[in-house]
Design a protein around this ligand. Sequence first.
Ligand code: ZN
Ligand code: ZN
Length: 172
Amino acid sequence: MTSLTPSQPDSAPAPAVLEAAQERLRRLGARVTQPRLCILACLIGSNEPLTHQAVIDRLPGQGEAIDRVTVYRVLDWLVEQGVAQKRAGNDRVFRFSLVEHEAARAEVHRQHSHFHCTRCDRTFCLDDVGLPAQPAAPRVPSGFAIEHVELTVNGVCAECGARVARQPDSAT
Ligand SMILES: [Zn+2]
Ligand SMILES: [Zn+2]
C-alpha cells in the first residue's frame, strides 16, 4: 500500500491510527486491550464527535465483537483519563471526541463570530460576513487578564423566522 485512500468507513482503522492509539495508551500507563485500542482508534480517526452507536458502527465487525456495555465502559474510561471528551448535543445524545480534536475545533471557532438562534438554540458560524474578527476588548477589573474576546450575536435564524412569519390561521 503506497497511498492513503480517503475514507473507508467499513474497513479496519488505518495502521497509523492504531499505532497512535497504542502509543497513547502506553503513555497513560494503561493496559493495552483490544477494545481500548479499537475504540480509541475510532476517536483518533474521526473528524467529528461520535455517538456511542457511531463508535459501534465503526468497530471492525468480525473477530471478537466488542459488546455495547464494553464500548460504554471504555468510552467513559477514556473520558476519566482525560483522553476523550463527552458532551451532550442539542438532541441530548452524548458524543465522544478526542480532547486534541476538540481543542483544534475550538481554536477554529475562536477565529470568527457566531450567531445564536434563541428559538432553536442552534449556533451558526459567521465566517465572512464582514464582522470584526476581534471585537474591541471590554474594560475588565484590575487583576483580570483577557485571553480572547468572542462575539456571539443572538437572534432568530432564517428558518425560525420563516416559521414565525407564517400566521397560524393560514397554515392549514
Ligand atoms: Zn464557528
Ligand atoms: Zn432557529
